[in-house]
Design a protein around this ligand. Structure first.
Ligand code: TXA
Ligand code: MG
Length: 331
């Protein structure tokens, strides 16, 4: 059974306990600004294999390697000028860059699933300080059983993985609420979106000065394997773009206008009464879980505009609504 430790008021002790678990080659659940991560020493093959085992995650799906800063990141990846500009603008923050793995980097092959590239992110807050204290990169997928909703609170981690890990650091609800945006600069200079997330494409384009390509490369299946399958699945069915609520449904509502049928809903949860996609992102996973817990057989979700963080919200909702294979490849 995991021990949950509040970070607030005892950050030094929290860092020390987390470092001690990491040094034993075991994973620890940590808050980041996006979602909670299940972190382990990225240079320790055994530790990384334990992450896959704890999550039930297919080993072909590479992990993001988290760094304390750009200096650490440059020791493990070769940066092109555009990637460096994005790193300088957005790190620490909800941006992951896929880069060529640097020759001689001690990152374990299990962390990159054997790919010649590595996904790197510098997280904000406690996670960044933990990496600095530990002195080595931490591989960290979201701290949920593979295929389930990513955790935005320590309680979510406890419910999903509490039986399988030792330590959960509680830093309160995740501020951003959806995972990082993943981009890659291709050999021809194209800046490609691999996963929409907590940093909007508009913000990236403003700094990049070139458009972000959303088209899939021919090799996409290999390059972001975790992105192709059903994902973020609650137990209930999910019905997106709902402009009315049907009998027996729970309702995730966006905006404040009255919606036909909502008075008879099993429960109504406000993603954002103000109609703000960033607020909806920060509440999405928590409210999907709560809607699921009502026992409703279906969750109806209002249409969300695709602008700003709405792109990531719609992406996660589409995955939650997707057909669910018996054995899925999600993370
Ligand atoms: O916000 C986040 O990104 C959170 C927090 C914990 O940092 N992490 C997260 O990790 O969402 P995970 O494992 O759930 O998703 C990682 C995604 C996967 O879709 C994986 O395929 C992709 O990153 N990825 C990792 N390394 C890659 C690489 N070298 N090339 C392409 N995609 C990669
Ligand atoms: Mg995940």
């Amino acid at each position: 059974m995991a021990k949950t430790l509040q970070i607030e008021g005892q950050e030094e002790a929290s860092l020390a306990q987390a470092v001690a678990v990491l040094a034993r080659g075991l994973p620890v659940a940590i808050p980041t600004e996006t979602v909670y991560g299940l972190a382990a020493d990225a240079t320790d093959s055994g530790a990384v294999r334990t992450i896959y085992a704890v999550k039930g995650r297919p080993s072909v799906n590479p992990l993001i390697c988290h760094m304390s800063d750009l200096v650490m990141a440059e020791r493990h990846a070769d940066f092109d000028p555009l990637s460096r500009r994005l790193a300088e603008a957005f790190w620490p923050g909800p941006l992951t860059l896929v880069l060529p793995l640097r020759a001689g980097s001690p990152i374990a092959p299990e962390a990159t699933a054997g790919l010649p590239s590595v996904g790197i992110r510098v997280p904000r807050g406690f996670a960044g300080r933990l990496i600095a204290a530990y002195g080595k990169p931490l591989a960290a997928p979201s701290a949920n059983p593979s295929g389930r909703i990513s955790p935005t609170t320590a309680a979510h981690v406890e419910a999903g993985l509490g039986e399988r890990i030792e330590l959960i650091l509680d830093g309160g609800p995740a501020r951003v609420g959806v995972e990082s945006t993943i981009v890659k600069v291709e050999g021809d200079g194209t800046l490609r979106l691999l996963r929409p997330g907590g940093l909007s494409v508009d913000d990236i384009e403003r700094v990049a000065g070139v458009p972000v390509s959303r088209g899939q490369a021919a090799s996409a299946a290999i390059e972001a394997p975790g992105m192709l399958a059903s994902h973020y699945a609650p137990r209930a069915a999910v019905r997106i773009g709902a402009t009315e609520v049907r009998p027996g449904e729970a309702f995730l509502k966006f905006g404040s206008a009255a919606v036909p049928g909502e008075d008879a809903a099993v429960a109504v949860f406000a993603l954002s009464a103000a109609g703000d996609p960033a607020e909806a992102a920060s509440r999405l996973f928590e409210l999907m879980k709560r809607a699921d817990e009502t026992g409703a057989t279906s969750i109806a979700v209002s249409p969300i505009p695709p602008t700003g963080l709405g792109e990531a919200v719609n992406d996660r909702l589409a995955r939650a609504a997707a057909p669910r294979p018996e054995k899925d490849e999600a993370s």
